[in-house]
Unconditional design. Structure first.
Length: 497
């Protein structure tokens, strides 16, 4: 399947006596609207005319001479369809519009604010689901937007996207402050279902033990490793690969490094006992900065490739492919177009300028070239940047979930997030929980990339969790269908700020 709606288009062309593009639009209007990733009604028209013409050539060659008339649909029809690329006129849409205006530093009419306030007051009087409580939370954050700090602003973006993030302590505090205790409790207790059986876990531990002995104790060079032959050859390759990386990087084992630091500290104490405390603190900060710079040089040149090499090995016996994020994601482009069309300043427009989708550092594609998992790498340049990137990653995952639901994608989506300045990361799942009509970003596991031999045992847990991710992706892929599924759409906030 090369685009959403392809099976329906092929079936229509094959089965209909009068197979015109106009009739296809009338019958499958929602497919065109909900899968739109184009910046104008002209681009949308061009794409579907091309797809229709190709289907005629392949399925009904006897109609090729008539294809020009069969594919003729007036421009006003395409404009009408394009303008439906937005969410319904409701309180959430109006809050979304207000949110967009504030982040873009654009004016928002007082009359509209008053109308929203009145709607929120009425909502407070009613019995509410979790999504209703999130709308009230969004309103309160928007009302105090000028005084919000960076964490509160990123939490606002998550809340307007129907996400309760339980994956980070700084977000937990905010949700605790704004949500009812029962809603918060249900979200905080949410746990994704793990798919690795106990026998698979036991087998992995034994395989890791054997491979570790061969690579790091016996120091044997594995030959003819076929990563498609199963877990043992994959783990063997990964450990061998990391052993070579340790040689290239030249980092000392953590224990040795700590001993040297302790010796240096002892020497400094003997020489300069009378130095002030603030100078000692400055030295500690200098050491930390030195470590960060050392890791930064590694990250810029190597870390994404190392993560990809490990993931490639783990998934080598599947038809899935990890690709670096040279392409923007259609799911995020679709959502950003919807964001723009939702804006009161653009909802009568026939185009959305040159909207681009978000890029992800690594994207997992299935055999039909459908993105099913994202892996992000935060640069760790600053805490502010990391917080923004973390929020962006979760919203990209949400966009992926919403987009893939059109082809029966599971509501539970797993993703990876790495932090470059410490070579650590985490795995999280965006899941739906009984009793909540919103998504919960729930923690799955902590991850790390070893930099020396003495961290290999710690790396075992990371590797096992990546194998659990593989089981999750196999199940997720099995649930996907080629046919379009019409599902209630949720808006996900994407902004350049």
């Amino acid at each position: 399947m090369s685009f959403i709606g392809e099976p329906e288009l092929n079936a229509f062309v094959t089965q209909e006596n009068e197979a015109s593009l106009q009739r296809f639009l009338d019958r499958h209007r929602n497919i065109i609207i909900k899968s739109n990733v184009y910046n104008s009604s002209k681009q949308l028209k061009s794409a579907w005319v091309y797809r229709f013409n190709e289907a005629i050539k392949n399925m009904r060659p006897e109609l090729v001479r008539k294809v020009k008339s069969l594919s003729n649909v007036c421009d006003s029809k395409w404009l009408e369809i394009y303008k439906e690329t937005l969410i319904d006129d409701c309180l959430k849409a109006r809050l979304f519009n207000w949110c967009t205006a504030l982040f873009k530093n654009e004016p928002f009419e007082e009359e509209k604010k008053t109308a929203i306030t009145n709607e929120v007051i009425e909502l407070e009087k009613k019995e509410k689901t979790a999504s209703g409580h999130l709308l009230i939370m969004v309103y309160k954050l928007l009302h105090n937007f000028k005084s919000l700090n960076i964490i509160e602003k990123q939490c606002l973006k998550l809340a307007i996207s129907n996400i309760i993030c339980m994956n980070s302590d700084h977000y937990k505090k905010l949700y605790m402050a704004y949500l009812p205790i029962q809603t918060y409790k249900t979200a905080s207790e949410a746990q994704p279902l793990r798919l690795m059986s106990q026998s698979q876990v036991d087998d992995f531990h034994e395989i890791f033990k054997q491979c570790k002995k061969i690579i790091f104790e016996d120091e044997m060079m594995p030959s003819r490793l076929n990563k498609t032959k199963g877990t043992k050859s994959q783990v063997m390759y990964i450990l061998w690969y990391m052993a070579n990386k340790f040689e290239v990087w030249g980092f000392k084992p953590i224990k040795e490094e700590k001993k040297e630091e302790d010796k240096e500290e002892d020497k400094e104490e003997d020489k300069e006992e009378d130095k002030e405390e603030d100078k000692e603190e400055d030295k500690e900060e200098d050491k930390e900065e030195s470590k960060k710079r050392r890791f930064a040089s590694l990250i810029e040149s190597d870390l994404t490739l190392v993560i990809k090499e490990i993931l490639d090995a783990v998934f080598a016996d599947t038809l899935f492919v990890w690709k670096s994020g040279e392409k923007t994601l259609d799911c995020t482009k679709r959502m950003k177009i919807s964001n723009t069309m939702t804006s009161s300043n653009n909802n009568n427009s026939s185009c959305t300028k040159n909207t681009m989708g978000r890029r992800s550092d690594l994207i997992l594609y299935n055999s039909n070239s459908i993105a099913i998992c994202l892996s992000e790498l935060k640069d760790g340049a600053s805490e502010t940047t990391s917080i923004k990137q973390e929020s962006k990653a979760m919203r990209c995952t949400k966009s992926l979930q919403v987009y893939n639901k059109m082809i029966s994608g599971s509501k539970n989506v797993w993703s990876l997030d790495w932090n470059g300045d410490c070579l650590k990361g985490y795995m999280y799942a965006l899941i739906q929980v009984d009793g909540l009509d919103v998504d919960v970003a729930a923690p799955v596991a902590q991850l790390m990339i070893p930099t020396s031999v003495d961290q290999i045992d710690e790396f075992k847990a990371t590797l096992m969790n990546l194998y659990d991710l593989k089981e999750q992706m196999k199940k997720y892929d099995a649930d996907l269908t080629a046919s379009f599924v019409d599902d209630a759409e949720v808006q996900v906030y994407h902004t350049p700020k």
